[in-house]
Design a protein around this ligand. Sequence first.
Ligand SMILES: [Zn+2]
Ligand SMILES: [Zn+2]
Length: 346
Amino acid sequence: MKVALYEGVRSIKIEERPKPTAGPGEVVVKVKYCGICGTDTHAYMHEGLMTPGTVFGHETVGIVEEIGSGVEGFAVGERVAVGAPGSCPEGCYFCRSGRSTLCVNGFARTLGIGPGTQGAYAEYVLAKYPNRMLIKIPEKVKFEEAVLFDIFSTAYHAFRRSSFKGGQKVVVVGAGAIGLSMVQILKATGADYITVLDLDAKKREFALSMGADLALNPIEYPDIKGKLNEVYNGLGPDIVFECAGNPKAVGTAVDVCRPGGEVILIGTNPEPLSTINEIQIGLFELDVKGSFAYNEDEIRTVLGFMEKGKINTNKMLNKIVKLDDVQAALEELSKTTEPVRYAIKL
Ligand SMILES: [Zn+2]
Ligand SMILES: [Zn+2]
């Protein structure tokens, strides 16, 4: 079978590899679509983030091709999303305490991310832990929609990390793919008022079309905190979701949050934060929390949101490319700041 593997910075190689076979307890999935994640683009551009020889691809949807002995609950031909291995069979501390996104074995075993793994920039993938990794796609949800489960599940996990209660007022900083997914999740779950902050006019317009009540360019307001206080009854938002992943955005998120409010950080930018100080958090008793990835139940919920029309994937998938054209697609993605998502069709 054909795979596209990471050879080094800005270098992808198409190679033939043996088609995987399902051993006891395993399932082989024929890949239909695989999303090109921002993580893939980032690893493609920067030295040392991905081990050479790794086949990218962790946003996979496809069809069950072969079922190993002892696997129950799946049938050949069934449509599935392929997630991370989730809770490890060893039951590490984090999996035992319901925090599988922190699993000590999770990173290494996630297809397309763990060093040397064979992800789904390939015609087939092997799910070693099918009961945790394979999530059935509801009949009504097309592959082209389901392939966006990664961005929506990332946003939904952040939503669940927060203490959000229906009717609260929120701000989303950054209207990239995750920020736009966040807006839709917040709308679907009953946020009273959603303001999006982004420098880019096109992204702000996009956010409004997806349910945001207000979209502002923070640099157009010398006092953005004051501006938001006007909108939010003199107090500021209850919760701020920081989805831009840069130090400036984190500074804005902390700055605009109301006293006693909550800031959820979804970005994974390695730069040090020089944009916030302890007084802003300590004096105003802010709860600042991180959020990373998602678990299999969150994928299931998100696919259910798609099935019920609670979230809308229209306009979220911008381009479908062939496996042979992955390098060109990654080049394009490395040069754009637009909230675009590409997927590979196998
Ligand atoms: Zn991803
Ligand atoms: Zn674990």
